[in-house]
Design a binder for this molecule. Structure first.
Ligand code: ADP
Length: 761
């Protein structure tokens, strides 16, 4: 009875609990059963009532009045205790609780059984899937941790407050070189390179989940240091909060990273261009040198194909070859003419190859290139310079041959006709002809020498301009008069045109140089024209006068136009080769034109003629009645009688020539053959009026002699006569005290003029 009473009390208690919580239970699923005992004496339960949630959760429908073993055979059969559990509750009134997983919705349920009345059971369901899941995860992570602790990874467990090592696995013992037992006596501070404070700060970070991953340097038992990556987290183990640390030795990786870092700095700072593309050829990386040379920024280049640099000037075969080489695993070396962002062309010397991974698959292409534009330019310049040197060497040889020819020809004339002159029985006419020919040859030789001297003066920068008022029209008229007879003789026509009225044609320039330029050009025209005419003249074009000399001669080939102004250059063709000339005239003319502030050029058609043009600044002067001395027509000068000239000269021919030049002018000549003798004569013969002094003489040279003569008779005029024509020589002469200077071969008229001037006659 006692048990009946007590079971009644339990049912009552269950009832009150139920009433208190009914509201919340109804939220979940519930079923109300009545216990029966069937004809075979089996216990079963009949559904009295279920709520909607129950139907939903179990997937059972229309269960009222049916038996539990019938609706849920799986449950009751697989678990015979199941019915017993319900029966016990129905009989004793003691509530029960169990967990069940329902396949119908894949959820875990917490089932509570109550019996508010004997023979009845109220079963209530609560969904506990979430809780179950987290329990499951926890279990799993614990398992994982166990596994981790037991496998190869280095793991140590730490006391988060002290940093003492609580435990360590075998991998840790092996790595650090201390036994697990030894490690368990140690603190993490004895292993890490971090300071005590850092250890504490880092452990706090782990505890608060602010940071889990660290890079440290750990020391091992043998004293060696290793770079380690530490992953640390907190874990609750046997109710205690601890830190676990998984340690990876990354020494090799760090070393590789450092290496990589060094390499990448090298690439970044390299003066060579580095371009890396993916296998499709899209640019992945360019270094600063690329930007510097091409003008494309990293952003502009990335994703583009290196094709953006193509100049279109390389033959397609070069690229075909390039791709064939690098795709076959070889390195391509070559030069590419490329284009910068601004369109400028440049030359790259490139080394291009493929990068392959371990599986031998191409992952990238890398190109290392150097801008060799300057080098190429220098190389081209070097070749040009070499060619020029060879050309000038060739020209020099040609010049020497030419000069030798130019000297020999007139020499031949002079010597030949001089010889002939010696023949007896020559008629007077024959004699005059021979002398004329000797004279012509002499003039030709003198011209050559003058040209050579002019070239060396130009070279030495010794050419001085003598600017004076120059009436251009008059100058042209004189040139016309001078050349007319020669032109007539050749059967050509000569014509000149002035571009301004006489009054406006006076300019400020070096008339001597202007005459020489025009003379050179007209002489050339004459030389290279066999029929037709020669025109010369000038036009005013704004601030300049443009002079011209036009002929209808053989003309000049286009490729020779620039060269003919070069020194020693004679156009090497059969027509001109026959003509005399040193190849200096145009070079001198060009130098003179430029000195005078103008330019010279030529236009020509081969076989039809040449047109030479040069300009001079038009600096007009309003002067009247200006005459310059005619360049060619010189009047003889008469010297008044009775003067005595001392000729100091060691060369007998030169002495004789001087004597002859002075003969017939009522001049007495006396001779000295060296400086010492000359001084002696001055001392003895007071009637000497003037001295003609050679420089290069034995015993005492002309300078020294002049100096001493000037000491004896300071007012006795001394004229230095010499074959040397340098500026230095003139200055030396001046220093020695001479009064005049005349160059050999001596021009009779010039000599007389100078003597007259010095004698004040
Ligand atoms: P050269 O003393 O040899 O004439 P230049 O310097 O005056 O030297 O001329 C150089 C070369 O230019 C000549 O040898 C000749 O081949 C060419 N040349 C100059 N002027 C003319 C011209 N009017 N017609 C054709 N060729 C010319």
């Amino acid at each position: 009875m006692g048990s009946i009473n007590s079971s009644q009390a339990k049912h009552k208690e269950a009832q009150s609990v139920l009433h208190r919580n009914l509201g919340s239970y109804i939220q979940h699923g519930y079923a109300y059963y009545r216990k029966i005992t069937d004809e075979d004496n089996n216990v079963d339960f009949i559904y009295e009532e279920v709520n909607e949630n129950y139907e939903k959760l179990t997937g059972l429908k229309d269960v009222i009045g049916r038996r539990m073993t019938e609706t849920r055979p799986g449950l009751s059969k697989s678990n015979p205790m199941f019915i017993e559990k319900y029966a016990r509750v129905a009989e004793t009134g003691i509530p029960d609780k169990f967990e069940i997983f329902l396949e119908t919705d894949n959820h875990w349920y917490d089932v509570s059984l109550y019996s508010p009345q004997e023979g009845y059971v109220l079963s209530m369901f609560d969904d506990i899937s979430e809780r179950k899941k987290s329990e499951e995860t926890l279990k799993k992570s614990e398992e994982r941790f166990r596994r981790l602790f037991e496998n190869d990874s280095i793991v140590i467990l730490l006391d988060p407050d002290t940093g003492n090592i609580i435990d360590a696995n075998h991998a840790a013992a092996e790595f650090y070189g201390w036994s697990v037992e030894q490690l368990k006596q140690m603190s993490i501070r004895q292993i890490t390179s971090a300071s005590s404070d850092e250890v504490k700060v880092n452990m706090d970070k782990v505890r608060t989940s602010k940071q889990n991953q660290f890079l440290f340097r750990h020391r091992r038992a043998d004293g060696s240091l290793r770079d380690v990556e530490v992953f640390s987290n907190r874990i609750e183990l046997e109710g205690k909060d601890i830190l676990y640390a998984i340690i990876h030795d990354v020494t090799a990786r760090i070393l590789a990273e450092n290496q990589l870092q060094k390499l990448s700095v090298a690439v970044e700072q390299s003066p060579a261009i580095v371009v890396i593309t993916d296998p499709e050829g899209n640019i992945e990386y360019v270094n600063p040198a690329f930007t510097l040379v091409t003008g494309y920024s990293t952003e502009e280049a990335t994703g583009q194909n290196p094709r953006i640099l193509k100049s279109g000037l390389m033959p397609p075969s070069v690229y075909e070859e390039l791709w064939k080489t690098i795709l076959s695993g070889n390195v391509w070396y070559g030069e590419l003419q490329n284009k910068k962002k601004n369109g400028e062309l440049y030359w790259d010397q490139a080394v291009i190859s493929a990068i392959r991974n371990k599986k031998n698959v191409i992952t990238n292409f890398v190109a290392v290139k150097v801008d060799i534009t300057e080098q190429k330019k220098m190389f081209a310049e070097l070749i040009a310079a070499k060619q020029k040197a060879e050309e000038s060497d060739r020209l020099k040889s040609a010049f020497l041959a030419n000069i030798s020819h130019e000297i020999r020809t007139p020499m031949n004339g002079i010597l030949g006709f001089a010889q002939l002159l010696k023949e007896p029985h020559l008629t007077g006419e024959e004699q005059t002809d021979y002398i004329d020919l000797i004279q012509q040859s002499g003039v030709r030789m003198l011209n050559l020498i003058n040209n050579l001297i002019n070239v060396s003066r130009i070279e030495a920068g010794e050419i001085m301009l003598q600017v004076s008022e120059t009436p251009v029209n008059e100058l042209l008229r004189d040139l016309y008069a001078f050349f007319k007879p020669e032109i007539d003789k050749k059967g050509l026509r000569l014509q000149y045109t002035t571009g301004l009225p006489d009054s406006e044609s006076v300019i400020e320039t070096d008339s001597g140089k202007l005459i020489q330029i025009l003379t050179n050009l007209i002489q050339n025209a004459l030389k290279f024209t066999s029929s037709g005419e020669i025109d010369f003249g000038y036009n005013r074009i704004d601030g300049t006068l443009e002079f011209y000399v036009i002929d209808s001669g053989i003309g000049i080939a286009p490729e020779m136009k620039a060269k003919i102004f070069h020194r020693f250059h004679q156009v090497d063709n059969t027509l001109t080769r026959n003509q005399e000339g040193s190849g200096l005239g145009l070079n001198i003319s060009k130098a003179y034109v430029e000195l005078l502030g103008g330019t010279i050029r030529v236009e020509s058609r081969e076989g039809q003629g040449s047109e030479f043009y040069f300009t001079l600044p038009y600096r007009h002067i309003f002067a009247q009645n200006i005459r310059i001395p005619s360049p060619v027509i010189q009047k003889p000068v008469i010297i008044a009688p009775a003067i005595t000239v001392l000729i100091a000269e060691d060369d007998a021919v030169s002495s004789l020539l001087l004597k002859k030049n002075l003969a017939g002018e009522n001049i007495n000549t006396i001779f000295a053959v060296n400086g010492v003798e000359a001084i002696e004569m001055v001392r003895q013969y007071h009637e000497i009026d003037i001295v003609l002094m050679d420089i290069k003489m034995p015993l005492m040279n002309g300078y020294e002699a002049t100096r001493l003569i000037k000491e004896l008779r300071p007012d006795l005029p001394v004229i230095i006569q010499t074959a040397f024509t340098s500026k230095e020589e003139r200055e030396n002469a001046k220093k020695a005290g001479c009064d005049g200077y005349i160059t050999k071969p001596i021009n009779k008229i010039e000599l007389h003029k100078l003597m007259l001037k010095l004698l004040n006659r």
